[in-house]
Design a protein around this ligand. Structure first.
Ligand SMILES: Cc1cc2nc3c(=O)[nH]c(=O)nc-3n(C[C@H](O)[C@H](O)[C@H](O)COP(=O)(O)OP(=O)(O)OC[C@H]3O[C@@H](n4cnc5c(N)ncnc54)[C@H](O)[C@@H]3O)c2cc1C
Length: 406
């Protein structure tokens, strides 16, 4: 039986980063994932690119991961929000967010999911107080004074806290009897990369269409394609399935009909991905010696690219509480610590879930009345610099950074 402070079950971007951050702070950590980690580095495993907010970047730096990202990241310096209809120019009313309205830092950085994976896989094996078991199943027994985590076919750990970081289908959450509230969207998220004629100038576009938002996110160019963007395209399920299978030429035409022609001629590069979309929220984040983080606790619409950032904010809050407790010689799984974590994160995550859900409902409609009210709102925000600055600071994850560095 080995003693560790924390066992993290799930080595996805959230669980993996938490494990690295805790170990970098001196905690003894075991992380167990049921999948093998190296195959996750393959370009075909996950085509997503994350919009990493400033607060999340500081977490990745503190965890030792940012410096290990193997692929260049692209700053998002401006965000343009518009609405319209497929095949028609965007409405004249739009919001333009300039990062200089909130300081010198970009809104965020586009980081490929694969790049995060490569950095995680390298770093997880580098930290002296961290051990990784993958692929492996974990059998967890929790009691009031601690937990035992048995790695099937491997070692057994005694710890004070078990972290459920296994994503949306979290088995530990289900075993603890924690219920989730789910909002299904009849939409899919189509994800792809496109090469375009004109440079994107580090501007991201969020164009709201009746079937759902269409996002173009700036990426670093590659050989043979100096101008590249990622697209996250929300579409009704049946049409999304058809679009997914279109020939490149027709796909490119459909992209242009939605995105407009401001980037010149476009062509798809690489393969496409499609994800069913839903939102979900756990009714509790904690149980005896157990805490939920990331998608195990919450999942939101990708409309604002905030899903992983919320998970990273969970990591900032939890790692700060755990490392403080270790420094003070306290109990890292004590009920008061877990209650404090839940208090810091549950309301904030629920707020973001509600906001992204409301945005999707507000914009994914053709109702002229709703469109009229919405355009008034867009014009109002554009004219109120203080409100715009507030949005900008929120998008950048302001307020969370000092926690991790403190
Ligand atoms: C189309 C789309 C676009 C998105 N774009 C963005 C974006 O731009 N920015 C952003 O911030 N977020 C974005 N997100 C959300 C983001 O992808 C998720 O929030 C993020 O992947 C959650 O990470 P996680 O580590 O919590 O869970 P996961 O990524 O699901 O990882 C869970 C891990 O746990 C392991 N596991 C599962 N079950 C077990 C078990 N029983 N035992 C052990 N291990 C287990 C799995 O193998 C996996 O490694 C997007 C989502 C979608 C669908």
């Amino acid at each position: 039986m080995q003693e560790v402070d924390v066992c993290v079950v799930g080595a996805g971007p959230v669980g993996g980063t938490l494990a690295c951050r805790l170990a970098a702070g001196g905690a003894r950590v075991a992380v167990i994932d049921r999948a093998d980690l190296p195959p996750m580095e393959h370009p075909d495993f996950d085509g997503r690119a994350y919009a990493v907010a400033a607060g999340s970047r500081r977490l990745l730096e503190a965890a030792g991961l940012w410096a290990k990202l193997p692929l260049p990241v692209c700053p998002i310096e401006d965000i343009r929000v518009s609405d319209g209809k497929v095949g028609l120019p965007a409405s004249k009313l739009h919001l333009h967010f300039d990062h200089r309205e909130a300081g010198d830092e970009p809104f965020g950085w586009m980081v490929e999911a694969r790049s995060v994976r490569v950095a995680l896989n390298a770093h997880l094996r580098d930290l002296p107080t961290l051990q990784v078991h993958a692929p492996a199943e974990a059998r967890v027994t929790r009691e009031a004074d601690g937990a035992v985590v048995e790695v099937i076919g491997g070692p057994t750990f005694r710890c004070k806290l078990v972290v459920a970081a296994e994503g949306r289908q979290s088995a530990l959450r289900q075993q603890a009897g924690i219920k989730v509230t789910t909002i299904p969207y009849k939409q899919r998220g189509l994800v792809a990369a496109i090469a375009h004629e004109k440079p994107h100038r580090n501007v991201a576009l969020e164009h709201f269409l009746p079937a759902g938002p269409f996002a173009q996110l700036p990426m670093v160019g590659i050989e043979g394609a100096p101008n590249v963007s990622a697209i996250v395209w929300t579409e009704g399920a049946a049409l999304a399935d058809r679009i997914y299978g279109l020939d490149d030429d027709v796909f490119a035409r459909e992209v242009t009909r939605r995105m407009g022609s401001h980037l010149g001629a476009i062509r798809p590069i690489g393969r496409r991905w499609k994800y069913p979309l839903s939102a979900m929220h756990a009714q509790r984040y904690v149980d005896t010696r157990l805490v939920l983080v990331g998608d195990a606790a919450h999942g939101i619409h990708p409309i604002a690219g905030q899903g992983l950032n919320l998970g990273f904010r969970d990591v900032i809050a939890l790692s700060t509480l755990v490392l403080d407790a270790i420094r003070a010689g306290g109990d890292v799984g004590a009920p008061a610590l877990l209650a404090e974590y839940q208090q810091q994160r549950r309301g904030a995550n629920l707020l973001m879930l509600g906001a992204t859900d409301a945005l999707d409902r507000l914009f994914s409609t053709d109702n002229p009345l709703v469109r009229g009210v919405r355009d008034l709102g867009i014009a109002g925000v554009e004219r109120l610099p203080a409100l715009k600055r507030l949005f900008v600071r929120q998008a950048m994850g302001a307020g969370t950074a000092p926690d991790v560095l403190g």
